[in-house]
Design a protein around this ligand. Structure first.
Ligand SMILES: Cc1ncc(COP(=O)(O)O)c(C=O)c1O
Length: 498
């Protein structure tokens, strides 16, 4: 019997029969999407067998969509790459995408958590990480922050500048305990266009031994290892060089009587975008592990080898997340220029396009995958701001109002960086598993919570009062047009919220 997707009350789109799915034409396809992205003969796009039209009907647009399978397989892949080292660990950097379901997956895949604030430590606890599986690494911690983390018993706190060692020691003294610390080092690397010489992270190499000496002398400090975070690393070489610098310092620390438990080489593995080729972790693999083991021998650490830690962020999440948007309007401009305005924006949906001017993301016509791509489109966001252009010169078929389009590879640094600019709500997030089960893992923002900080100071933050203001000015149009109470309930459940 043929399957049909049932319509929701009030839906503007016709229910579709489920079709045979097949791979996308290779001209428009990237191999990193192969585990989750397909299309049917009519040119409709599917994620794990779920059509974009179905998602639009249930959750509205803009909408973030994640493949659970892709996230989990990337964690496994990363662990596998370095599995030749018996004490390999991954830490998931919470800042990349701090959704609780993503954190839960990271935990289930055997990762520890890299928290960059007390807020992220709390999220880690909410996602059921044990304090001993959370580390606290950032550039600035107040005494309160250190107190909170140390009393909770996080695995370690990473020191980013020399004075911080004294600050942590002082908290340890007040708490009457020894606090485990790592020292973050800036190894001052330069390699073919990549340089850490102007990086803000860590203690510059020239001061590293002084930092070790100071930490060693403090009785409420236990110096347990060394950290490096390279940001946007463009080849394996910086990892090799950073490992050398950190192991040499670890050897020095060991001579001073400290046990070296951890060498952490941070994140920085690149993300793939449009046509950009980047190096893959597999290019490091066993070769890197051999190099690391040789360093342990060279610097007298091999008899008690430390854990080797990586903190991959964008490599894990970027390709596993995409964004569904809708065309609001088309504008035909002089010199044969085509522009569409979408209901997504750079500010509220794809923010890293704003920071990285060279970033080029694939945009797929989610309902016209078979149509010839004959126009160069500029794709604009819906905010009233000049810079809000999501993509330029994207070859796409002729687009119409209400067409769905998918922006790819935005699973990292998207929702966490997005703002409510223009006082618009940020998009909800759905997670789809291999069998096509859809889970709403974050609902759309609500005006009440967006305005709360200001309403609080005006002392009118009573939720009932807010509701009254709200209903004075707005009607639920779906209810008015369709006379449907149920539609509102469906949307409430889906987290769309009016
Ligand atoms: C300490 C730390 N670890 C890991 C990451 C993740 O980096 P990436 O996404 O480049 O892998 C970051 C990002 O800023 C970071 O600050």
């Amino acid at each position: 019997m043929e399957n049909t997707v049932p319509p929701l009350p009030g839906s503007t789109r016709k229910p579709r029969r489920k079709k045979e799915l097949h791979s996308i034409d290779k001209r428009y396809f990237r191999s990193r999407w192969k585990s989750f992205l397909k299309q049917d003969d009519d040119g409709q796009l599917y994620v794990h067998g779920v059509s974009m039209q179905e998602l639009e009907r249930k959750f509205g647009t803009p909408l973030y969509i994640f493949s659970e399978e892709e996230i989990r397989s990337r964690f496994k892949r990363m662990l596998n790459v370095f599995s030749a080292y018996p004490k390999i660990r991954l830490q998931y950097p919470c800042k990349i995408n701090s959704n609780l379901e993503v954190l839960r997956m990271a935990r289930e895949e055997g990762c520890d958590l890299d928290a960059s604030s007390v807020g992220e430590i709390i999220l880690g606890l909410l996602a059921d990480f044990e304090p001993k599986d959370i580390s606290f690494t950032n550039l600035h911690k107040t005494e309160q922050d250190i107190f909170f983390a140390a009393q909770l018993g996080v695995r370690y706190i990473t020191v980013d500048y020399i004075e911080e060692i004294k600050k942590i020691h002082e908290v340890g003294r007040k708490l009457g305990k020894q606090i485990d610390i790592m020292i973050r080092i800036n190894p001052l690397l330069e390699w073919r266009g990549y340089s850490t010489c102007m990086h803000k992270y860590g203690i510059p190499l020239d001061e590293a031994k002084e930092a070790i000496d100071i930490a060693t002398r403090r009785s409420h400090i236990n110096l347990c290892g060394f950290h490096f975070h390279g940001g946007y690393i463009n080849s394996p070489k910086p990892y090799y060089e950073a490992a050398r610098v950190l192991c040499e310092l670890a050897g020095y620390s060991r001579q001073k009587g400290n046990r070296v438990e951890i060498i952490d080489l941070g994140g920085g593995f690149p993300r793939e975008t449009m046509a950009k080729k980047v190096f893959q972790p597999e290019q490091m693999g066993d070769r890197f592990v051999n190099h690391f083991q040789e360093l342990l021998e060279e610097f007298g650490l091999a008899d008690d080898p430390p854990e080797l830690v990586f903190e991959p962020g964008k490599f894990i999440l970027s390709a596993a997340g995409m964004g569904l948007m809708k065309v609001i309007s088309r504008k035909y401009l002089p010199k044969d220029q085509h522009l569409v305005v979408t209901d997504g924006s750079t500010y509220g949906f794809v923010p890293d396009v704003l920071f990285d001017k060279k970033l080029q993301l694939d945009v797929l016509p989610a309902e016209r995958m078979n149509a010839p791509r004959i126009y160069d489109y500029a794709i604009a966001g819906n905010t009233c701001d000049h810079w809000d252009i999501i993509a330029n010169k994207r070859k796409l078929p002729k687009l119409e109002e209400d067409d769905l389009m998918m922006i790819m590879d935005i699973g990292a640094y998207s929702h966490v960086l997005a703002s409510n600019f223009n006082n618009m709500k940020r998009a909800p997030i759905v997670l789809i598993d291999e069998s096509g089960r859809i889970k709403l893992i974050r609902r759309r923002d609500r005006y009440s919570e967006m305005f709360a900080p200001e309403l609080d100071v005006l002392k009118i933050a009573d939720p009932y009062e807010l509701q009254r203001y709200y209903h004075l000015a707005r009607k639920n149009l779906n209810k008015v047009w369709n006379g449907s109470e149920k539609m509102e309930e469906e949307h409430d459940r889906a987290g769309i919220g009016f």
